[in-house]
Ligand binder design. Structure first.
Ligand code: PGA
Length: 241
């Protein structure tokens, strides 16, 4: 599999800025698979814009419910209709805003039912890292999802993004050797829970200076990038590394 780079634009761009950045992205060429995840307000125009390009698009979230009477929600099936291929689920910024494991699990299941690829985010906090609880936390977060999936769901492609909470948006990235070790651990762990097609990405303060080191690691199948994906010249450096 080609390694993958997923840009998570969060809620950082207004519609005009997002569309103008998507236009610049649309000309990119890379040895990596490229995915952009804009916010819901611009998913439709950006999906149209990227149709004839090599850039995939995804969503930063989706509803835990099917289409229907769920005011304010965006269903996985609508995203699928627009051509989304990936959906980020359980990002630490959403967990911090109260998203719990029940919703996360339902969302993963909705995404899998639409044959899209969930990008399930896991990671320990600064305090948990200090207490040397990283592996315990990851084991718990993974089992909360993977133990609840059916064998058929577990046979589908699923991405896990290892994003240490303390590294997200902080400028403090994880040492690349550690990303190799932890991504390998996640792969083995999910395998032992019966999920055979899991690929593990690293995310958290990825920059033009460190991207290559992560992408050189065998167990790191790609990157989930926030801040550095908003600056086009930085992002171009990363996808050409
Ligand atoms: P960052 O964000 O690259 O700005 O640290 C990563 C993420 O939130 O997915």
């Amino acid at each position: 599999m080609k390694k993958i780079i997923i840009a998570n634009w969060k809620a950082k761009l207004g519609p005009r800025e997002a569309i103008s950045l998507a236009k610049k992205y649309s000309f990119l060429n890379s040895k990596y698979s490229l995915v952009v995840c804009p916010d819901f307000s611009v998913i439709y125009p950006i999906s149209e814009l990227l149709k004839k390009t090599k850039i995939f698009f995804g969503s930063q979230d989706c509803s835990a419910f099917p289409s229907g009477a769920h005011t304010g929600e965006v269903s996985a099936s609508s995203l699928k209709t627009l051509g989304a291929k990936y959906v980020i689920i359980g990002h630490s910024e959403r967990r911090a805003n109260g998203e719990g494991i029940d919703l996360i699990l339902q969302k993963v299941q909705k995404v899998l039912a639409e044959k899209m690829i969930p990008v399930v985010c896991v990671g320990e906090s600064a305090k948990e890292r200090l207490q040397k609880k990283t592996m315990t936390i990851l084991t718990k977060q993974l089992s909360q999802v993977f133990n609840k999936l059916s064998p058929e769901q577990k046979s589908q492609k699923i991405f896990v993004a290892y994003e240490p909470v303390w590294a997200v948006g902080s400028g403090q990235a994880l040492a690349p050797e550690e990303s190799e070790f932890i991504c390998g651990f996640i792969k083995k762990n999910t395998n032992s829970l019966g999920a055979s097609k899991v690929e593990v990405l690293y995310g958290g303060s990825v920059s033009a200076n460190n991207a290559k080191e992560y992408l050189n690691q065998d167990n790191v199948s790609g990157l989930l990038i926030g801040g550095a994906s908003l600056d086009f010249s930085v992002f171009r450096k990363i996808i050409n590394c």
